[in-house]
Design a protein around this ligand. Sequence first.
Ligand code: ZN
Length: 254
Amino acid sequence: MRPPDRWTSARRTELRAILSDIHSNLEALLAVLEAADGGGASLVTCLGDVVGYGANPNEAVDLLSGRSDLAVMGNHDRAAFEPGAESGMNDWARTAAEWTRAQMGEDEAAYLSDLPLTARSTGALFVHSSPESPERWSYVLTLDDARRAFSSFREPLCFIGHSHTPAFFEEANEQVRALDGDTLELRAGRRYMVNVGSVGQPRDGDPRASFALFDSGSRRVKIVRVAYDVETAREKIISAGLPRELGDRLLEGH
Ligand code: ZN
């Protein structure tokens, strides 16, 4: 006999893959989506910077927009449809942003320009950079950055990207600390901020693509690393005439 629907839905847990900073790296995105499927993720959330730096901006937007249930805007996404938005970026980023804007298809640019700066689901907040003032694209790197960020939102959990470096921060009894490891157990009465790292341009010394799996049932977040075809992604960047360094850095993950 089938149990009543109420019983099954009460036990259903939601496994969400959270991706950030794809940066037009189609090879990395394909590998991460395959790993997310393999891990049983039914939902895909994007924390922004789908484009910029890499050679496949439209393909990355098409693939991601078809798969994600929730997405927010990154600074490179904004620069892809808004001339001048790249003015605060470094030379390589600015060059890549101008190249990307020239490549963007109409539908892809429209998709990016419709993205919000923040989104909420399952009691969590999603934002590209610091939740303190998302439109300023500030980084959360130090404990001081994290303290200011925690005081700017109310949710027990916030997912961020932007720095391309995975990290866990915990706030308990008004104290903020960084937590090591690749798995986070969410404890009652505490608040957390998770940097999911970067799919398409990791900068923590590990060239493998990075993303997070959030299991809302077991209240667990895991950072997952995925090897992908770095050499192809690098060659495409160089053949497109983008700065060679943007290809080379993928080999080392910095
Ligand atoms: Zn980025």
